[in-house]
Design a protein around this ligand. Structure first.
Ligand code: PNS
Length: 163
């Protein structure tokens, strides 16, 4: 059984993430989309909300499961018995950080292999941080994230305005 883990903050999950999840689901028996707890200091969505959104947007992909992990990714790889970690590379600029993280993870756990997948170029400029920023300035994000995320962000923004 080839189980891959796609770790990240997913605050929120974007169309770029979804593209990588779909690609990974075609080459693995199971893909665990793993939300890192406490990876962001002041996240827009709680870990549970991020998990719910990932579940909603991957509902049509049967071999995808959303999980959380606390602490080191290198330890989560053993705990969840995954064959490898998947990370998306949008552009060359992602490479240096990802390369460093992949080698450090393998140093921490020799069983921790990292596979890089390239999302479709139409998503190469997407990031969760930009989505949050555009939404907070009132811009439209519907071309960049699934409809479930648009609705969830709208709900967050409305609550913020009314609080
Ligand atoms: O979506 P992101 O923010 O790029 O994901 C980064 C993430 C969560 C995968 C990374 O920060 C991580 O693995 N955090 C868990 C703690 C850890 O293992 N840190 C050492 C990495 S070498």
């Amino acid at each position: 059984m080839k189980r891959l883990m796609y770790p990240g903050s997913f605050d929120p999950v974007t169309n770029g993430h979804l593209d990588v999840i779909r690609r990974a689901s075609r080459i693995a028996d199971e893909v665990l989309v793993a939300v890192a707890r406490n990876s962001e200091k002041s996240p827009l969505f709680t870990t549970d909300e991020r998990i719910d959104l990932i579940r909603a947007v991957t509902a049509s992909i049967p071999n995808v499961r959303a999980v959380t992990f606390t602490g080191l990714l290198a330890d989560a790889v053993s705990a969840f018995e995954v064959s490898a970690v998947i990370r998306g590379l949008r552009a060359v600029s992602d490479f240096e950080y990802e390369f460093q993280m992949a080698l450090m993870n393998r140093e921490l756990n020799p069983a921790c292999e990292t596979l890089f997948m390239m999302p479709s170029p139409e998503y190469s400029f997407l990031s969760s941080r930009l989505i949050r920023e555009i939404a907070s300035c009132g811009g439209s994000i519907s071309a960049f994230v699934p409809p479930e995320v648009v609705a969830a962000i709208r709900g967050k923004m409305e609550r913020t305005v009314h609080d």
